[in-house]
Design a protein around this ligand. Structure first.
Ligand code: GTP
Ligand code: MG
Length: 203
């Protein structure tokens, strides 16, 4: 897919105030600092479309971007950042849960996992939440450039094995790097295919 336009539309903490356009939507979520905003910039070939930071907790709201005037891409705050106060964590959980439960346009959620890390409870719990709410998802292994390829393959194989302890089959999954652009074509082609599949539901 060619990216012709990518524009920031709005940020908010309340899904009922999100854009009303009936177009397919794709959300990016995962632990704080996993690389959600960087991946969005890499996919869109834009340096600062989504705000990134070396410090976790940068993205705090639901951020809508419109791509090619045809679909939404959503940058979400990360979960699992220990330094966030308990009160903030509760608010976050509330608006993120609402987003996933209420957003009718959402056709696929990309759950990002740092390819260097072994499976973490918080990610497995989040995948279970999506499953229980019948929210379709894919997995994106990020920061692939940080591992030598033999170690990368080993990590991902063992991650998939862990998933199969909980799930009957694996979702679509991608390996990406925001620095080398690895996986860009694959993720965009996947979105292109889903857009075609769901077109009749949005016409
Ligand atoms: P929050 O908004 O805080 O939840 O974080 P995020 O998941 O949006 O992460 P962000 O994109 O802000 O990136 C966090 C840090 O990881 C930044 O320092 C990025 O430069 C770095 N980073 C992200 N993706 C990659 C990648 O693919 N490779 C490398 N080497 N660094 C990356
Ligand atoms: Mg972010």
């Amino acid at each position: 897919m060619k990216i012709k336009t990518a524009e920031f539309i709005m940020s908010n903490s309340n899904v009922t105030k999100a854009p009303k356009d009936r177009i397919p939507e794709y959300a990016f979520i995962g632990r704080s600092n996993v690389g959600k905003s960087s991946l969005i910039n890499m996919l869109m070939e834009r340096k600062n479309l989504a705000k990134t930071s070396g410090k976790p907790g940068k993205t705090q709201l639901i951020n809508h971007f419109k791509v090619n005037n045809e679909w939404f891409l959503v940058d979400l705050p990360g979960y699992g950042y220990a330094k966030v106060s308990k009160k903030k964590r509760v608010i976050f959980q509330y608006f993120i849960e609402n987003y996933f439960k209420e957003r009718e346009q959402l056709v696929c959620t990309f759950v990002l996992i740092d390819s260097r890390h072994d499976p973490q409870k918080i990610d497995l719990d989040f995948l279970r939440f999506l499953g229980e709410n019948r929210i379709p998802f894919c997995i994106i292994f990020t920061k692939a450039d940080k591992l030598p390829s033999s170690k990368l393959n080993k990590q991902i194989t063992s991650y998939k094995r862990k998933l199969l302890e909980h799930w009957e089959s694996l979702p679509a999954n991608f390996i990406t790097s925001a620095t080398s652009k690895l996986g860009r074509e694959e993720v965009l082609n996947f979105i292109d295919e889903v857009n075609k599949d769901v077109a009749k539901d949005f016409s």
